[in-house]
Design a protein around this ligand. Structure first.
Ligand code: 5GP
Ligand code: ZN
Length: 136
């Protein structure tokens, strides 16, 4: 049987600094924080990626992300925050149970999320929009 560290935290088989939970979601401190107050929010339903869980879990977890992010802002006096959610190892995911990072931000905290900005051509824009419309 596969084990999942975040499922173990949900069921108290593994310890964590839990900061909030309801029937559908749980928030706890990240053990290797990027900045002080870094919290993870997870659905209690196990799923490796956002694409694998129910819409109900997504909605419930998103509501907890907002609630806890507001609390983290107040409690840490942060000037802002990032929400980060990675899917699959190619995107940097390490723990394969859906989770949202809430990362408090302050001037000079040394963190940066940057990428080289491309340019969307009219042809690419039209083709991609059509492709997505077909799939959706
Ligand atoms: P990912 O890279 O998958 O988006 O992030 C996984 C996060 O989970 C990392 O920030 C890591 O510090 C955190 N993490 C991994 N194992 C544990 C654990 O056992 N307890 C807690 N609280 N956080 C963990
Ligand atoms: Zn799990």
């Amino acid at each position: 049987m596969n084990t999942c560290i975040f499922c173990d935290i949900v069921s108290d088989k593994a310890a964590a600094y839990k900061v909030f939970e309801n029937k559908h979601a749980l928030a706890f401190l990240d053990i290797m924080p990027a900045t002080e107050g870094h919290v993870l929010v997870i659905p209690k339903e196990h799923g490796a990626t956002l694409s694998d869980i129910s819409e109900k879990s997504v909605k419930e977890t998103a509501a907890v992300v907002q609630k806890v992010a507001k609390a983290v802002e107040k409690a840490t006096d942060a000037k802002g925050y990032n929400i980060l959610q990675s899917n699959n190892s190619v995107a940097g995911q390490v723990v394969f149970h859906v989770h949202f990072h809430i990362i408090p931000r302050n001037k000079g905290d040394g963190l940066s999320f940057s990428w080289k900005r491309g340019k969307l051509s009219p042809e690419q824009g039209t083709a991609l929009k059509e492709k997505l419309h077909q799939v959706l």
